[in-house]
Design a protein around this ligand. Sequence first.
Ligand code: TRP
Length: 357
Amino acid sequence: MSTELITRPSLRAAELRSAGLDQAIAADPGSFRVLTGDRPTGPLHVGHYFGTLQNRVRLQDAGVQMIVLIADYQALTDRSSSDTLPADVLGLVADYLAAGLDPDRATIFAHSQVPALNQLLLPFLSLVSVAEVGRNPTVKEETAAAGQAGLNALMFSYPVHQAADILSCRANLVPVGQDQLPHLELTRVIARRFNERYSPAEPFFAEPAALLSSAPLLLGLDGRKMSKSRGNAIAIGATADETARLIARAKTDSERSVSYEPARRPELANLLLLAGLCLDQPPEDIASAADGNGAAGLKAIVTEAVNARFAAIRSRRAELAADRGYLRQVLLAGNEKARATAAGTLDAVQRLMHTAY
Ligand code: TRP
């Protein structure tokens, strides 16, 4: 997804707000309510782990209220078949729990199971113009790819739906990557307009803040964006052998030396970064340790680093995956909690909008 429409000043502003937020979170974690989530389109990979999952667990452990959404309706924006959803949804629950989310503290739910959340989409649609939604970079890109006539209307309204996800939970903090910033900006606009129009004396919705990820971006093993559909990603739940096979096929260059030069040698730098993240070491140190043994030597180090780092997570994930009943139970309990929260929000919204009869 593109970031073309995020202007530098607004990106900078988001970065500054994020930096200040870290201190505020440390001072009073309980006052923060996080909503974040994923589309159930397949197993999460190590890029997700270092990019977002680890941070969710860190926030949860710090005492922040953590709500994780499985955006199953959003998975239908760009695919027509849904028969893999049940397995993909439970797969996400397994990934979350294996990574350290704790169902006693975090709420994990699927938004299709929360009627009041989805109903909020309607009043929210009345607060934005078609042109505004059309300017959203993701919507714009999808429109360019599918053509106006080929774009389904759920895809068109998806940033507004995301506002319903966030505001139905009354979240005030949303950890996101840069590509999601325009969605969050729209959520803030919707919150502001709702307050101005229906609750001017006392704002009802907090304008949620973006918490930008500070994790360096991991590329796929071919040097392109890491994505399960490209076959260039190591799933969190991959076996040690699968991991070794994937890394053996990873793209490198023809130089014999090993050095960390992201601009000049991006594929090699990405392998060094992956090993560095797994071993909690700077990638430059991995490069010095691996220099002299060529790409094959480096790949052995990276494979061992990934397999060691994920061994415990993987064995926990395998246990969880074997117990679908438990995974469903976690999801049903989360759905229940999200339903209660969203119903409370919708009630208040209807009262404020004069649609409670
Ligand atoms: N759009 C997000 C993605 O593609 C997933 C998502 C849906 C989300 N609703 C959300 C993320 C609300 C944060 C908050 O990854």
